[in-house]
Design a protein around this ligand. Structure first.
Ligand SMILES: Cc1cc2nc3c(=O)[nH]c(=O)nc-3n(C[C@H](O)[C@H](O)[C@H](O)COP(=O)(O)OP(=O)(O)OC[C@H]3O[C@@H](n4cnc5c(N)ncnc54)[C@H](O)[C@@H]3O)c2cc1C
Length: 480
């Protein structure tokens, strides 16, 4: 059979883009007819985590729907389209493969268990009908084949990993998006519609700009944000100084949701960064974006090296001897932003209202949950998994492992003094007052430790603790 008469399915998963998409280009090189596919898997969208949170909360579900709409439209501009179904990918793709008599299913390989189970099941059924899976790569900055160590020997300490790669391993150029029109299919296909939020178990909602920004999924928006952050606003040149900010759109790149769904390739960011350094400015901040993207690769490699361990309570350790506090009412106060510690509550309320929280906020609320409330970190990580618009299994669980002291990195004590963090990163209390408007009248120097403000002053500020704002679950004098 010659190439032109062969058909290839391209299964889009967490790689919702045309640029730097190895699986798509591999398929185009192998077959004359290409059938791009996206399957909404109800187990991922409507399933529950171990602690009962919806696996994909409404913010991410909406973002993914928008990303799929954008991908479909970009494919249509090339004379192609996107075949869409709700169902189990291993069943939907098998029946499509049988129907159109394709030769292969191409996809970018996933490495975390749930995704691997699905791709393995599909591969087995394809073999039974004389077809094959073809795997490509596309998640990371570095190719594992280029690394100076095998995946299983990835250093456990980030600094060591970074030193072994940053100066010696070149980041490859991103692959170009296909520019030629796709060949006409010689089979008729019912492409199917993009589901709505209610189809995926969520009520419809209008995205708000409470976080200073309205997220929109898709490669087109991702490329716009890259242009905005580097070229239009030159924000990258001050990134190292601004990245610990808390309020608004511009303090950090906000690339994470697009990276998580693969609307944006890290190699594309790197390539633009290098151009920016040549044409405009090269400084600590431009380097620091590379540094943070290396953290992302590091956690992905740890996910490969340690497999399911990163999701377990003991993480990469053999065992842990912590007796967790099982108080679920206390957990609910943390999750809903009602702990009575303004810096924690503001961050959790932002997460609940927008699906996003800054890196500084994430570190603090995670440390507070584990180290101050002694609640099981896995439950906190699952709550993040449900809510985060940028949820990525390796980055989320890797960071939680790290903070809970169960990661491979031996520096166990990642303890955050919440009040000194609040005073340092929100010294004018603008962030706290933005998310907790009930505390607006409290002077900035008092608001972070509202639990120790005396009652006559509180009356003046029109705040009654326990009524207008919760009593603190942990006295802030702990951090004095
Ligand atoms: C408890 C906890 C959970 C987290 N969960 C996730 C998650 O599910 N998904 C996710 O993408 N990030 C996660 N992070 C990392 C980090 O908070 C976000 O990547 C970052 O806040 C996203 O905003 P940004 O794109 O503006 O980041 P920027 O500061 O602009 O950084 C640029 C990119 O570098 C990468 N990056 C930066 N910091 C980290 C880090 N610590 N670990 C891994 N990658 C990093 C991200 O891809 C990010 O988009 C978590 C951090 C913590 C402490």
């Amino acid at each position: 059979m010659n190439k032109e008469s062969r058909r290839a399915i391209v299964w889009f998963r967490n790689d919702l883009r045309l640029h730097d998409n190895e699986a798509l280009l591999d398929a185009i090189q192998s077959a004359g007819e290409i059938i791009p596919v996206y399957i909404f898997d109800p187990r991922i969208f409507m399933g529950k985590t171990k602690y009962g949170f919806t696996k994909t909360g409404k913010f991410r579900a909406k973002f993914i729907i928008e990303s799929v709409i954008d991908l479909k439209s970009r494919l249509q501009q090339l004379g192609s389209d996107l075949y869409i179904r709700i169902g189990k990918p291993e069943e939907e793709l098998l029946s499509l493969a049988l129907e159109i008599k394709s030769s292969w299913v191409f996809c970018n390989r996933e490495r975390t268990q749930e995704e691997v189970d699905v791709q393995d099941a599909l591969e087995n059924s394809l073999w039974a009908i004389g077809q094959e899976m073809r795997y490509s790569r596309g998640k990371m900055l570095f190719y594992t084949a280029d690394l100076p160590f095998p995946v299983t020997h990835t250093p456990d300490i980030f600094t060591q990993f970074r030193k072994e790669v940053e100066k010696f391993i070149p980041v490859r150029e991103p692959l170009p998006a296909p520019s030629d029109r796709f060949n006409q299919l010689s089979v008729a296909l019912e492409y199917g519609d993009v589901p709505s939020l209610p189809d995926l178990g969520h009520e419809d909602f209008v995205a708000n700009d409470k976080g200073g920004y309205v997220w929109k999924g898709g490669e087109s928006e991702a490329l716009n944000q890259l242009k905005y952050y580097l070229w239009d606003k030159d924000l990258i040149k001050d990134y190292k100084e601004t990245r610990d900010g808390l309020l608004g759109r511009d303090f950090s790149s906000k690339f994470s949701p697009w990276l998580a769904q693969g609307c944006l390739s890290p190699k594309m960011i790197y390539s633009e960064l290098k151009k920016y350094e040549t044409e405009r400015t090269k400084n600590k901040s431009t380097y620091w974006m590379f540094f943070e993207l290396m953290w992302r690769d590091f956690f992905r490699l740890a996910g490969k090296k340690f497999g399911n361990a990163i999701f377990q309570e003991s993480g990469t350790k053999e065992e842990i001897s912590v007796q967790w506090n099982e108080d679920s009412a206390l957990f609910d106060k943390w999750a809903s932003g009602n702990t009575g510690i303004p810096f924690i509550d503001a961050n959790m309320r932002e997460l609940n209202a927008t699906g996003f929280m800054s890196n500084r906020g994430r570190q603090n609320v995670a440390s507070f949950l584990v180290k101050d409330l002694n609640l099981n970190w896995v439950k906190g990580a699952e709550y993040f998994e449900s809510l985060l618009i940028d949820y990525d299994p390796c980055s989320n669980y890797g960071n939680w492992n790290y903070i809970a002291g169960v990661g491979a990195d031996p520096r166990e004590d990642r303890y955050f003094n919440i009040i000194s963090q609040a005073k340092r990163y929100d010294s004018a209390a603008e962030y706290v007052k933005y998310w907790l408007p009930e505390l607006k009248a409290v002077p900035s120097e008092e608001v972070h430790t509202i639990d120790v403000v005396d009652s006559s002053k509180l009356r003046k500020y029109k705040v009654e603790l326990g009524k207008d704002y919760p009593n603190a679950v942990v006295g802030t004098s702990k951090w004095a």
